[in-house]
Design a protein around this ligand. Structure first.
Ligand code: CA
Length: 492
């Protein structure tokens, strides 16, 4: 198996630092991408730590690549948590993680976050990973179209990332034929360059993966380059821009669905999604049903053929029901939802779905219960893969609600509410720039310039180049120009 590889990373046109990190080992066929987040240095630290840790684990591994990738994700998660514990100023840092290993006709993949893996083959492109992002949850719940998700200002908000307790990764594998290419990228590419354009550029440079990577980076920068861009392209020996006359899409070449694995526990069999083909533990019930049927046939011998038909039908029906129930159980046991006190379910986080619930597993925090009316439409119909995911989603939804309330309060110049919502945001965010800006506005309105400047300074310390900081600084600085003062809030 010969593969060729291209790779490149670029800071983009807006950011000052490159918080992406990647690693390529062409001999071992290990390919890693991480996209860090969290403050001035946090993002770079987190992505570098994830790549270095994962790389060490994978270099020492042999054979079972799915287990090795899971261990690599777990070790990376642990390393970031330990770094945060040792350096509290890094609180809130995290990173996406995407790892692919190629070995003997298969690829193995692990992923957390919104860095993506695509497979390109026979003129087509397909995404192998599902983003762990807030907008992806809304798309899956049918509340947002993929196009709306692509353009949403919330699209970079993640529901999962390394650097959190109890995190889970998606792992999986598929067949590698040698006539395909795998593309790994950070959202700096996938957010701004449409999938069809990505495919067009990869196929156009099929003979030279390094050129393809450079073309992809140029395309992202041409689209504004709002974020760091990282691409790794692996092409098989028979990958080409020519589409075969006969498109073959054999079952075995379809990518297998990824499986969620818990990064927090040490048990090797912790996949929360069990494949449907697992031996059925309830088989004994089926046998019991058959035995009863046999007894009945003895009493009504003349209808034995009919009996046999009915029994066969009932047997098949029973099997189908049990298979269905088992499928349901395995699916639902890995799902959580939030109930808000409707339809007889008291407020709380439940396991299962609203119709098939295992019961409550956690109470809703008082802050969430008090926002029920506004949070409910944001989370209606959403199901989550873990308690962590529910909590992340609730927190994200709370932030949305408080931000919206604060903006509305600003518009109607209701400053006590601005302060209240600012403080609520401050409680929710590890780096609360929005909260500082709101509190600065509140104190300015109260006529307390000292407090207002203090909060403005805190916001500026976090993101000096943030346009909102600069705009507020202009507003809060008394200026002789009438245009500058006309937009400031009226002093009491
Ligand atoms: Ca990014």
């Amino acid at each position: 198996m010969t593969v060729r590889c291209g790779h490149a990373t670029d800071v983009g046109r807006v950011r000052e630092h490159n918080e992406d990190a990647y690693f390529v080992d062409e001999a071992q066929r290990v390919f890693l991408v991480a996209d860090g987040m969290g403050g001035e240095v946090g993002g770079e630290v987190a992505s570098r730590l994830a790549i270095d840790t994962a790389r060490e684990v994978l270099e020492a591994a042999q054979g079972d690549w799915l287990a090795a990738l899971r261990e690599a994700s777990r070790a990376a998660n642990r390393a970031i948590l330990q770094e945060i514990a040792a350096r509290p100023e890094l609180q809130g840092m995290g990173t996406t993680f995407l790892g692919i290993v190629l070995d003997r006709g298969s690829y193995y993949l692990a992923h957390v976050g919104d860095s993506r893996a695509y497979r390109l083959r026979h003129g087509g492109i397909e995404q192998l990973t599902q983003d762990h992002s807030w907008v992806q949850l809304l798309v899956e719940a049918g509340q947002m179209t993929p196009e709306q998700a692509q353009n949403s200002p919330m699209r970079s908000r993640l529901t999962r990332a390394l650097g959190r307790e109890g995190e889970v990764a998606d792992v999986g594998s598929g067949v590698w034929h040698g006539d395909e290419a795998l593309l790994l990228c950070s959202d700096g590419l996938s957010d701004v360059v449409p999938e069809e354009e990505i495919a067009r550029l990869v196929y156009a440079h099929a003979a030279n993966p390094q050129e393809a990577c450079e073309a992809l980076i140029a395309a992202a920068n041409q689209a504004g380059g709002p974020d760091n861009i990282t691409v790794v392209l692996i092409t098989g020996e028979r990958f080409s821009s020519e589409t075969p006359a006969q498109f073959s899409d054999e079952e075995e070449t379809r990518p297998q669905p990824l499986v969620r694995v818990d990064l927090a526990d040490d048990l090797p069999s912790s996949a929360t999604t069990i494949p449907v083909t697992t031996p059925n533990p309830t088989t004994s019930i089926v046998l019991g049903t058959r035995d009863e049927g046999r007894g009945a046939r003895g009493q009504k011998a003349s209808f034995s053929w009919l009996n046999g038909f009915v029994k066969g039908f009932l047997f098949a029906l029973t099997l189908a029901l049990i298979a269905g129930a088992f499928w349901g159980v395995t699916r639902l046991s890995g799902q959580y939802f939030v109930a808000w006190g409707e339809e007889g379910q008291e407020p709380g986080i439940y396991r299962g779905t609203p119709r098939w619930s295992w019961g409550k597993v956690a109470d809703l925090p008082p802050a969430v219960e008090s926002l029920a009316a506004e949070l409910r439409p944001l989370l209606a119909g959403c199901s989550f893969a873990s308690l962590t995911e529910v909590q992340q989603a609730l927190r994200q939804a709370q932030i949305e609600v408080h931000e919206r309330r604060a903006q509305e309060a600003l518009q109607r110049e209701d400053y006590p509410t601005v302060r209240r919502e600012g403080e609520a945001l401050w409680q929710l965010k590890p780096r609360p720039i929005e909260a500082y800006l709101l509190l600065a506005r509140y104190w300015y309105h109260e006529g307390n310039q000292v407090q207002a400047q203090e909060y403005l300074q805190r916001a500026a310390a976090l993101q000096p180049a943030d346009p909102r900081v600069q705009k507020l600084r202009q507003e809060l600085t008394p200026s002789p120009a009438p245009e500058a003062t006309s937009s400031s809030p009226t002093l009491r």
